[in-house]
Ligand binder design. Structure first.
Ligand code: ADP
Ligand code: MG
Length: 729
């Protein structure tokens, strides 16, 4: 299979792509039921009503829902759609859809295309197979999907089939959320409310604050035939075995040239699909490792950006098929090479046109900037473990802390200029110091002081898990396959909660000490600066020194996801996530169960896969080759040749025996240990057993297998090698 796959991969050429038009603007969002499209298909009254609904989250009445449904149906049918679906994001981390035909029979041989408001607003899909963490008892196994008007409907094309997709949230019969979207929407609301109140300290005319998100998505590509010849890639999305290629990433430039054409065609293809769906892909480039790439979309409203990222991952996987490629979103498909992450660029904007994370152009608004800036730092400083928990997942475990990926210790990089400003803040402890500082801040032209360099990201520290990058914060610890909603919900909630505390602290100071508002704000901010120093780190987060330093600062370094999940079972988690009504206690507990369950299942599949590969492929191959050598020695000696002529063969035979024995031993230990882990009734205990007791054997197995890969003649080896997976044209 390996050589057949190599042959196939070798013979491939780039497929021809015909783009809808040379100009993206000609077809951008052509498959989206945008506000402009809606305007065309709705009466002015209904249209205005819907706009309010989108802006303010009002409840929709039946009649309006019917009109919107009619408009959507008309538009979708004109575009060639024959069915519709509620599109949602269950806790599996992927997207789900249940399709229904527009067509409905009226009598025996007649029918019509129907789609009512009721069908638009709510559906009861048969979602019994989605993880619910016990939120859904089996007797009421149905989950319900409910329309989210704040994210636009779109038409998904698969082959010649076209489906109207309606973004929805996914809830249980009792109204508990079973997805990533519902908590995200709640957190966006919560943050907007508190941020709005804080803005009003500075400018009474601000009416709206919205959260924006811009993601960058890393991925690997591999030829489909080679992928299919690797049971580990097929079953787990990553290579569990494989010897590192001699060509490391520094020497791989040459090989980029060879793959570029096929990859380029693929990129053009999925980008044009993305553009039709209104996803504003803005950059594409090669990543550090061979066969690794990145794309980014321009930032937009967080809710929409989350949907776009999920949708893009679907599109990328689907489009890859026609190019005979496989796209890998796994966080660590190849050992010893860079992992794949997702960077979340996050900012808050007002309806008055201000980016609240952007150093202000007028001195007056600098205090507002500093307020938001320092509150973000304080929020993460106080609850780094919750942020950690929000990015914990099996794949990310292998990525964090190695090969240019930030570690599991949460810290913030803000750059030297802002660090100096904060240091200055802290030093003004003397009476009068604060007034002086207030004057200085008011005089400061911070916009000019924060060097453009920072915005241009030359001054960025690439190793920081969370970094301020000039006009936004960037979270880099998110895994490539993650649903952006999970960490975004956490960031929103942490900041919303912190802003609530800030308002209380300022009001108390104003009341008790009769301090003026500006003075009180600065006093509170200064306190936050001294309380949050431990989270700021400008150095190399990969270094051993930082591990030690972070431990001294009381920052935790929990690399194992099943243990990191424990953070959401703490009192802090309840006080932040439940008291602010982002999750109910039950919803939070359900997530804990689901995440542990997903982790455990992944490890189960990995354990079985690696074990079977060793047993069915690696060891038999080694034995086969060993036999060849034995034959060789035996036949030579049979005809009377001296044993000394076969020293090399004998050495290899011995080596092979040694590694087979070691490999067989660890394989058996692995089987025993994963059976034990599997037997544990409690899902969290089971996940922890997998993590602590089963997974460590993977490394030993890889090491032993790699030794054999080196010893055995190339033509016998059945698994595509790293050099083939990574450098094939
Ligand atoms: P880099 O790789 O240096 O981080 P990119 O250009 O690849 O830079 O990515 C920058 C990302 O940040 C893009 O998704 C962009 O849309 C997003 N972005 C830029 N400004 C903002 C902002 N104010 N809020 C949120 N995201 C932003
Ligand atoms: Mg980035």
């Amino acid at each position: 299979m390996r050589f057949e796959a190599i042959q196939q991969a070798y013979n491939r050429t780039a497929i021809n792509i015909s783009l809808p038009s040379e100009k993206v603007s000609d077809y951008f969002a052509s498959n989206v039921f945008t506000i402009e499209t809606m305007r065309k298909y709705l009466s002015t009254t209904t249209f205005d009503y819907i706009l309010d609904l989108i802006e303010e989250g009002k409840k929709i009445d039946r009649e309006v829902a019917d009109q919107v449904a009619l408009a959507m149906k008309t538009w979708a049918i004109e575009k060639g759609a024959t069915s519709y679906c509620h599109w949602f994001q269950p806790l599996t981390g992927t997207t789900a859809e249940k399709h229904d035909a527009f067509f409905s029979p009226i009598e025996a041989h007649r029918g019509m295309e129907a789609f009512s408001g009721k069908e638009l607003v709510q559906q009861g899909p048969d979602g019994a197979n989605f993880p619910s963490g016990g939120l859904r008892a089996t007797f009421e196994a149905r989950g319900y999907t409910a329309w989210d008007p704040s994210s636009p409907a779109f038409i998904m094309t698969v082959g010649s089939g076209k489906t109207l997709c309606i973004p929805t949230i996914f809830i249980s019969y009792t109204g508990e959320s079973l997805d990533y979207k519902a908590p995200l929407l709640k957190s966006l609301d919560f943050l907007e409310q508190t941020a709005l109140e804080v803005c009003k300290l500075f400018n009474k005319s601000v009416k709206k604050v919205s959260t924006h998100l811009g993601w960058e998505q890393e991925y690997y590509l591999v030829d489909a035939a080679l992928y299919n010849a690797r049971p580990d890639l097929v079953a787990t999305g990553r290579t569990l075995l494989g010897r590192r290629s001699a060509r490391d990433k520094q020497r791989s430039n040459h090989y980029f040239g060879a793959i570029a054409e096929r990859v380029y065609a693929y990129m053009l293809d999925f980008e044009s699909e993305a553009y039709k769906l209104g996803i504003p892909i803005s950059t594409r480039h090669n990543e550090a490792a061979p066969s690794q790439f990145e794309c980014a979309a321009s930032f937009t409203l967080a809710n929409v950006a989350v949907d776009q990222n999920q949708l893009l991952m679907d599109i990328m996987a689907r489009v890859a098929r026609r190019h005979h490629l496989k796209v890998l979103f796994h966080e660590k498909p190849y050992t010893d090479l860079n992992g794949s992450g997702k960077h979340l660029n996050w900012s808050l904007h007002t309806d008055t046109g201000l980016n609240l994370f952007s150093p202000a152009k007028t001195p007056k608004t600098n205090i507002q900037f500093l307020t938001f800036f320092i509150n973000v730092i304080k929020a993460v400083n106080d609850y780094p473990d919750l942020l950690r928990a929000s990015i914990a997942a099996a794949g990310n475990e292998d990525r964090l802390g190695v090969h240019e990926a930030p570690p599991a210790i949460m810290s913030i990089f803000i750059g030297s200029t802002l660090q100096n400003i904060l240091n200055d803040f802290e030093k003004r402890v003397k009476i009068g110091g604060l007034d002086e500082l207030a004057k200085e801040v008011l005089r400061m032209d911070m916009h000019k002081q924060i060097p453009d360099l920072l915005v241009d990201n030359t001054d960025q520290n690439r190793t920081a898990p969370f970094a301020y990058t000039g006009n936004k914060f960037e979270l880099r610890v998110v895994g490539a396959s993650a649903n952006c909603a999970r960490p975004t919900t956490m960031l929103n909630t942490l900041l919303g909660n912190q802003l609530k505390i800030f308002l209380k602290d300022v009001n108390e100071l104003v009341k008790n000490q009769k301090e003026k508002k500006d003075g009180a704000i600065l006093r509170v901010l200064r306190r936050y600066v001294s309380q949050s120093k431990r989270i700021l780190f400008e150095g190399d987060t990969y270094s051993k020194e930082w591990m030690e330093e972070a431990a001294k600062r009381g920052l935790s370094n929990v690399a194992a996801p099943p243990h990191a999940f424990d953070f959401i079972k703490t009192k802090e988690a309840t006080s932040i996530l439940v008291e602010n009504e982002i999750y109910t206690q039950r919803e939070l507990e359900a997530r804990y169960e689901v995440w542990q369950g997903i982790y455990k299942n992944k490890l189960y599949v990995e354990s079985r896969t690696i074990s079977e590969m060793v047993q069915n492929q690696v060891i038999p191959t080694a034995v086969k080759y060993q036999n060849v050598l034995l034959q060789n020695v035996k036949m030579g000696m049979d005809i009377g040749l001296d044993k000394k002529h076969f020293e090399e063969s004998i050495r290899v035979i011995e080596q092979i025996s040694k590694h087979i024995a070691a490999l067989a031993e660890v394989q058996q230990t692995l089987v025993k240990s994963y059976q034990e882990a599997e037997e544990k009734e409690d899902v969290a205990e089971s996940a922890k057993a997998y993590c602590d007791l089963v997974k460590p054997h993977f490394d030993t197995m890889r090491k032993q297998s790699s030794k054999l890969e080196l010893l055995i003649a190339d033509e016998y080896w059945v698994l595509p090698k790293y050099r083939e997976l990574l450098f094939m044209r």
